[in-house]
Design a protein around this ligand. Structure first.
Ligand code: GDP
Ligand code: MG
Length: 163
């Protein structure tokens, strides 16, 4: 059975980097500059023998009348409602921020399967942020480095029972 995975989280945590890694083509723009990608992006993902649809929550930084929080909430809710499982990504080098807490609230209310991914976890600088990620109360975080392709085995292990 195939499933749909949504990658959610505040801007700049590495969502599009993971999306690109799973899809294997540069369908989603990755950029340090805000305002480059837009809305929701869908791709055909592979991870080991798993095949699934992945949705990248892009477009969070588009200039609109909405506040970033308002826009993020709407886009995140849309992505979550399309998904069977969500990867909720935080930046382990920064730790849990109030914006991350707002995303966690959406996930709790919508009651989907959630995998917490503490990204940018290569190296020791991330240890504190990974531990903080437990405080989100959404399960044991996986240590991920989307950029370096580390931790994908743990992502696979959490996805396997859902496939
Ligand atoms: P998004 O806004 O959540 O989609 O984040 P992006 O995928 O555009 O990444 C934002 C920045 O974080 C880019 O400069 C990426 O190269 C960088 N980044 C993504 N994943 C990692 C990672 O695992 N480690 C580190 N150090 N940087 C990363
Ligand atoms: Mg992005």
């Amino acid at each position: 059975m195939s499933f749909t995975l949504a990658i959610v989280g505040r801007p700049n945590v590495g969502k599009s980097t993971l999306f690109n890694r799973l899809v294997g083509k540069r369908l989603a723009l990755v950029d340090d500059q805000p305002g480059v990608t837009r809305d929701l992006r869908e791709g055909a993902a592979r991870l080991g023998d798993l095949r699934f649809t992945v949705i990248d929550t892009a477009g969070l930084e588009e200039a609109t009348d909405d506040t970033l929080q308002g826009r993020m909430r709407k886009l995140t809710e849309r992505a979550v409602d399309m998904a069977d499982v969500c990867v909720f990504m935080i930046d382990a080098r920064v730790g849990v921020t109030p914006v991350d807490e707002a995303v966690a609230d959406i996930l709790r209310k919508r009651g989907r399967n959630v995998i917490v991914a503490a990204n940018k976890s290569e190296g020791r600088a991330a240890d504190g942020g990974v531990i903080e990620a437990y405080s989100l109360g959404l399960g044991e975080p996986i240590r991920l480095s989307a950029e370096h392709g580390e931790g994908l085995n743990d992502l696979y292990a959490q996805l396997l029972p859902l496939s």
